[in-house]
Design a protein. Structure first.
Lengths: 114, 304
């Protein structure tokens, strides 16, 4: 149910852009999901496919790219790539890593026509 | 050589990548030999089909919710409302804690106005329980929804008569928040839908997220539901009167929570025996003043 809500927000974003930029149809949509965004990309794709018929998203190619998350380790003061929360720092082994990026879900751009 | 269609004399410099990209999007491509309808993305001319173009959006999907949340946040701050977002699994004791808190606040800070926004899929059981304590409550039923969002909180708050303040409030909610209204302080508890997953990512405009974990749940919860514990300012361990009957390792639970969120504060209490309630009340009344409100970038207009 959660990804349905996100898909609805994405459709809203696209429809707002359609009104603003005067296009009728989206050929391709690029979405970026940070690894720590809490988004199940499969479920999001499923939700978007379910919402698309009858909208400007119908038939659009949807690309959902996963983006690595970066964290800062307070112990060794270095930036590391993180797969998930609560893992030890890969460089020094401490558990003081805090995520600094990779928590966002973004619509990057789209190919439009009409 | 023209990069797009490969025509042209050898030795000619290639079309710059940006121009080639733009050329590929617009049909037809103008080359020295004429019009090339085969070079467009459709590889053919279709009468009535307009050319394509790229639109860069770079838009955060939760941007709309966060925008409304930021408006909520400013509204609360300027009206002296401390809003706390209570989160937990179903059955951790959120409502019981709220009822005990309201009763305790009546003794400790009788001038403090308290109101509650209750979130549940169905029923008004929780709002009824709160109202029975004498505090205002409004029930938000989310239906199939699994979390409260900023719009729900905005609409629910508008229905609460919380900001009676020190002067009358006849102006609409769209007034500027720059002036100091000198409001009496009040407390708004938002009891979210019982769910340790989704509500973590939905900003409501609260001063702080409070995650409640009961000792009957297992001390590894902070690792299993990391996003929630990372988002919370404080973890309240509830039902501690049951500890003698359980194998719950408090130290390990706190250590796990600190792994996920090094700055998380921890409180332990029992709403039924009153143990730890004094410290919880102190945090409710003063703790969020230390919690810095992260300011988001510029106030853009959200949809009405």
């Amino acid at each position: 149910m959660h990804e349905m809500s996100l898909a609805g927000s994405i459709l809203q974003l696209v429809e707002d852009a359609a009104a603003r930029e005067s296009f009728r149809h989206v050929a391709a949509l690029r979405i970026e999901a940070g690894r720590l965004a809490g988004v199940e990309t499969q479920a999001l794709r499923f939700a978007l496919d379910a919402l698309a018929p009858g909208t400007c998203l119908e038939g659009a190619t949807i690309d959902i790219a996963e983006r690595a998350a970066i964290g800062r380790c307070a112990a060794c003061e270095r930036e590391v790539e993180i797969e998930q929360r609560a893992l030890p720092c890969p460089l020094c082994g401490s558990f003081q890593v805090e995520a600094t990026s990779g928590t966002e879900l973004r619509v990057v751009d789209m190919l439009v026509e009409g | 050589m023209c990069v797009v269609c490969g025509c042209g004399e050898p030795g000619q410099s290639a079309v710059a990548p940006a121009r080639a990209h733009a050329a590929a999007l617009e049909a037809p491509v103008h080359s020295h030999a004429g019009l090339d309808y085969g070079a467009g993305p459709a590889r053919v001319s279709v009468p009535g089909m307009s050319p394509q173009r790229v639109i860069k959006l770079e838009a955060d999907v939760l941007g709309e919710n966060n925008c409304v949340a930021q408006h909520n946040r400013r509204h609360f701050e300027s009206h002296g409302v401390t809003a706390l977002n209570l989160l937990s699994s179903p059955g951790s004791g959120k409502t019981s804690l709220l009822c005990a808190t309201i009763a305790a606040l009546r003794k400790r800070a009788p001038a403090m106005e308290v109101a509650v926004i209750e979130g549940d899929q169905q029923t008004s059981f929780d709002a009824d329980r709160i109202r029975a304590t004498g505090a205002q409550a409004i029930q938000v039923n989310t239906g199939k929804g699994c979390h409260l969002d900023a719009l729900m909180v905005r609409d629910a708050f508008a229905r609460l008569a919380l900001h009676t303040g020190s002067h009358s409030h006849h102006h609409s909610h769209h007034h500027s928040h720059e002036r100091d209204h000198a409001h009496a302080r009040s407390l708004l508890f938002i009891e979210n839908v019982g769910n340790l997953v989704c509500p973590a990512m939905w900003d409501l405009g609260e001063a702080a997220k409070v995650v409640i974990l009961s000792v009957t749940e297992g001390e590894d919860k902070p690792l299993k539901y990391a996003d929630m514990f990372a988002a919370a300012k404080v973890m309240v361990l509830s039902k501690i009167d049951l500890l003698p009957h359980l194998h719950f390792d408090v130290g390990r639970c706190v250590a796990y929570a600190r792994r996920v969120n090094p700055h998380i504060e921890v409180l332990q209490l029992s709403a039924s025996t009153g143990q730890g309630m004094k410290e919880w009340l102190a945090w409710v009344l003063h703790g969020t003043q230390q919690a810095g409100i992260a300011s988001h970038d510029g106030a853009r207009a959200c949809r009405p």
